[in-house]
Design a protein around this ligand. Structure first.
Ligand code: SF4
Ligand code: SF4
Length: 605
């Protein structure tokens, strides 16, 4: 692998990870798609195709599997990159807790998209605490260029210290765009080999203890050999701000806007675990006041207080000033600095556009819209509970009663079904969730003889994160055979686009017993098959307002965005054929036959 030449590209944070993978000579890429790092894989696929680079891709069905597969490749000498979002750390934590013990041959880097502010997640869990628990180094880039540079550097660290390296990138930075410099490299074919070594790879008893100790010693060497501290402003100032990740940009920008660089020594910590304690202590020991500004929990503040207890002249502040929830924004930093430095007046804060909160919605022709309409109809007048799961099916106007984490639909429904006597529970979840871990919950429900109706919403796509293929896109996937083999009591297959039949089948199953799986099929509207494409050209759907009785079922209950109110006093409805996917659901549910279909040939002479 020889660097050939450097060049500039416009890149998002996601794309910078892909460019880093290419520059670092990654051989193996494993991922589980999740926002905000969902665009890394398509970006890497595109670069590989353009540059004729041969990287092996593993589209794993969950983060645990992605991590183990990448570890296997690294054990054999391949450089491996794993990508998933913050909650994926919970799923991958089992292997990640012990991969440092065994060490690696090829570098292994785990890029994790974090989400302070929960912009694309069900929560803003702070995964930083995993780094000390797992004894894994943690790097936090601050810009798009740094993402590329840090990931490349992380591979070198991983190989030198024989440990997987974590790189955390917050959502804002993942979606940021900048011009970055990347290096083009020349690939050589590689041969990989696994050297058996029971002392290293069989971790049990005293072997595990010895390997744990060796890992801690390697991390100690990493912290003392390298320096990941960046200083700005006045090193002699008695006031220090210590920061990490994207927050350092807000602090830098605010200090610069307020002209405070002479009063403040700003220190950015790029490797937040393990900390470069000795040089950090030297920078901070004589400061009169130290304020740690960071997103989410006080991970850095906590480590500074723990490691430098009684070694500092000034007090350390952090989460007593800045909240642990939401992002620490530029405006929050700016208003704090104005108060701290007693700015009666001063430059106006930089304007930040106010963005209205938008909740998202099902697309026109989305199979989930029809499914939730049918569920609503089927449970009308009952106190039935609907369990929700992660994915497109959680978009408004969803009717689920909770939204928590992957597989929470079927998982929580089990416990409820076990204890509730007077209420029925229907659990829902996409096929992506089902193969991610839902199938294990189903096996458990069978084992425990729970009465449960689970609806698999199979749109053959991990649609919400960028249409990665789901297992059912593979025609060989025999989900019926799979369900039968684990002992599901009843399997019902039904189309999402027949809401009346679907309503009937759900109603029937509310009285059923045992573990029942309703597999509801309907392709994602954004991945239409050729038949739908043809229908869009030849099938014309319209509302006959002379027939329409204004019951509003299609407009208010179904809420398909292709059905609009005509802007006249008559308030007539019309269908926007540019948006309509010809799914036919509105035609079926209209109780007054007011929605008509005409075909192209009917217009021909
Ligand atoms: S469902 Fe039919 S009758 Fe009711 S508002 Fe829509 S078009 Fe009119
Ligand atoms: S056929 Fe009806 S429900 Fe389907 S996309 Fe068109 S307007 Fe919406």
């Amino acid at each position: 692998m020889v660097p050939k030449y450097s060049f500039n590209v416009n890149s998002t944070g996601n794309q910078a990870v892909a460019w880093a993978a290419v520059e670092a000579g990654v051989d193996y890429f494993a991922h589980y798609p999740g926002s905000p790092v969902n665009h890394v894989e398509p970006a890497l696929q595109k670069i590989c195709a353009q540059e004729n680079i041969d990287i092996t891709f593993n589209h794993a069905t969950n983060e645990h599997i992605a991590t183990l597969a990448a570890a296997g490749a690294s054990y054999c000498g391949a450089r491996s990159l794993v990508v998933f979002k913050h909650v994926g750390m919970n799923i991958a934590s089992d292997p990640l807790n012990y991969l440092g013990y065994t060490g690696l041959k090829g570098g292994m880097v785990i890029v994790v998209g974090t989400d302070p502010g929960a912009t694309c997640s069900t929560g803003e869990e702070d995964p930083h605490w995993y780094a000390p628990q797992m004894n894994l180094p943690l790097l936090e880039p601050t810009t798009v260029q740094e993402i590329k540079d840090t990931v490349v550097r992380a591979f070198d660290i991983s190989e030198k210290y024989e440990v997987p390296v974590l790189v955390f990138i917050p959502a804002k930075l993942c979606y940021n765009t900048d011009s970055i410099v990347v290096q083009k490299i020349k690939y050589h074919p590689k041969n990989f080999h696994f050297e058996k070594n029971p002392e290293r790879f069989i971790n049990v008893g005293q072997k595990a203890v010895r390997n744990h100790r060796a890992l801690v010693e390697r991390l100690g060497r990493l912290a003392s050999d390298t320096n990941f501290l960046q200083g700005f402003g006045n090193p002699k100032a008695p006031y220090a701000i210590v920061t990490r990740g994207i927050t350092s940009n807000h602090v830098y920008e605010s200090l610069s806007h307020l002209g405070l660089f002479n009063e403040v020594h700003l220190i950015n910590v790029e490797m937040t675990y393990p900390l470069n304690i000795t040089p950090l202590a030297a920078l901070l020991e004589h400061k009169a006041k130290i304020v740690v500004i960071e997103d989410q929990d006080g991970f850095l503040e906590n480590q500074i207080k723990m490691n430098l207890f009684n070694k500092l002249k000034g007090d350390v502040y952090g989460k007593d000033i800045f909240p642990v929830w939401d992002e620490v924004s530029y405006h929050l930093v700016d208003s704090y600095l104005r108060k701290e430095f007693k700015f009666e007046e001063g430059p106006e804060p930089l304007a930040i556009p106010v963005v209205p909160e938008r909740l998202g919605a099902f697309c026109e022709g989305c199979p989930h819209r029809s499914i939730f309409y049918a569920i609503d109809e089927a449970i009308k007048g009952t106190d039935t509970i609907i369990g929700g799961d992660i994915g497109c099916s959680s978009l408004p106007p969803h009717r689920t009663d909770w939204l928590l984490c992957m597989n929470a639909g079927i998982g929580i429904s089990q416990g409820m079904s076990h204890v509730l006597k007077d209420q029925q529970v229907i659990s829902t979840g996409g096929e992506g969730s089902f193969f991610h871990g839902g199938i294990l919950s189903l096996q458990s429900a069978i084992l425990n003889k729970i009465n449960l109706l689970h609806m698999v919403l199979d749109n053959r796509s991990v649609a919400m994160t960028g249409h990665q293929d789901s297992p059912t896109r593979n025609p060989k996937t025999d989900y019926r055979g799979l369900l039968e083999s684990i002992g599901v009591d009843k399997i019902i297959e039904v189309s999402a686009f027949n809401p009346l039949e679907l309503t009937l089948r759900i109603r029937q199953e509310l009285k059923g017993k045992g573990v029942r799986v309703m597999w509801v099929k309907g392709d994602c509207a954004l991945q239409p098959d050729p038949e739908t494409e043809l229908k869009r050209k030849t099938k014309f759907i319209s509302i006959d307002n002379s027939q329409c009785l204004d019951c509003d079922i299609c407009y208010t209950d179904l809420q398909c965005p292709a059905i609009e109110r005509v802007e006249t006093l008559s308030e007539d409805l019309k269908i926007d054929l540019d948006k309509c996917m010809r799914c036919g659901v509105c035609i079926e549910i209209c109780p007054n036959d007011a929605i008509n279909v005409r075909y192209q040939h009917e217009f021909s002479i």
